[in-house]
Design a protein around this ligand. Structure first.
Ligand code: NAP
Length: 254
């Protein structure tokens, strides 16, 4: 029960395969109270059905690119008594920008990927930081190896993840004096809705399972458990870091 007494906002649950859903399940097991958001009404029924399996979990709608919805979300969280933890598990790039030559990415595709996948961490953290004051807050986001290595077809999303990881460090500098920590989990490939948009994703899964030190792919529960550690007081000396949950794949050379 390392999260007993903590309130967590989890942004980015689309369905039962979402990494954010793995995080929510680990957090609930560790005693956290949860609020999960969904992006559009289209996802409401499915996300509410998942939330119902974790007693006491609230659900709210919020498109992180919609300022008015973020303001409403913050008001609702204030009425809930503030939060201790923010989990940002949001990313988006246009399908056509996740294949072919990286050099062909147009400015619109660049903006979409970086705005939704990286800037939203900054804007959401800014919005909820006042709710965490005096609470030893923890902000978490999800990254991928494509931030620091060239991964085939990951393309503009790799640039977005590089911006995301740099933002983790700058946010950690800003918020450290207020006692708020900011970290990322860099997950190995997992079959999710977003992952389906990356060309040849199945090949990536096979490649990692063959070469990773642990010789297997990871799952959402492993991401959830690492996130629970980073959200808890057990990691109270850790901020501005990227923790790899990838069966060790990132350390492999040839
Ligand atoms: P997922 O289930 O599709 O989750 C992505 C979430 O982002 C969805 O809930 C999506 O909602 C949401 N989202 C996109 N635009 C949004 C917006 N404007 N406002 C609010 N929510 C928005 O896929 P996932 O793989 O779990 O992705 C979660 C995070 O993990 C992402 O940052 C991803 O890059 C990262 N990650 C994934 C892997 C992997 O292999 N799966 C590996 C490393 C890191 P909609 O469905 O409505 O668009």
């Amino acid at each position: 029960m390392i999260l007993k007494g903590k309130k967590a906002l989890v942004v980015g649950v689309a369905n039962k395969r979402s990494l954010a859903w793995g995080v929510a399940q680990s957090f609930a097991r560790e005693g956290a109270e949860l609020c999960m958001t969904y992006q559009t009404e289209r996802l409401e029924k499915g996300v509410k059905e998942l939330a119902d399996t974790l007693p006491g979990t609230r659900t709210l709608m919020c498109d992180v690119m919609n300022d008015a919805q973020v303001v409403t979300l913050v008001e609702q969280l204030k009425a809930w008594g503030g939060i201790d933890i923010l989990v940002h598990a949001v990313a988006f790039a246009r399908t056509e920008d996740l294949e072919g030559d990286f050099k062909n990415v147009p400015i619109e595709g660049w903006h979409t990927a970086l705005d939704v996948s990286a800037y939203s961490l900054v804007s959401l953290t800014r919005a909820v930081a006042p709710l965490m004051e005096g609470k030893a807050g923890s902000v978490l986001t999800l990254s991928f190896l494509g931030a620091t290595r060239a991964v085939q077809n990951y393309n503009v999303m790799g640039v977005a993840k590089a911006a995301l990881e740099a933002s983790v460090r700058y946010l950690a500098m800003d918020l450290g004096p207020k006692g708020i920590r900011v970290n990322a989990v860099s997950a190995g490939p997992v079959r999710t809705l977003s992952a389906a948009g990356i060309s040849n994703f199945a090949k990536m899964l096979d490649f990692v399972a063959e070469r990773a030190p642990l010789r297997r792919n990871i799952d959402q529960a492993q991401v959830g458990d690492a996130a629970a550690f980073l959200a808890s007081e057990l990691s109270r000396g850790v901020t501005g870091q990227v923790l790899f949950v990838d069966s060790g794949y990132n350390i492999v050379g040839v």
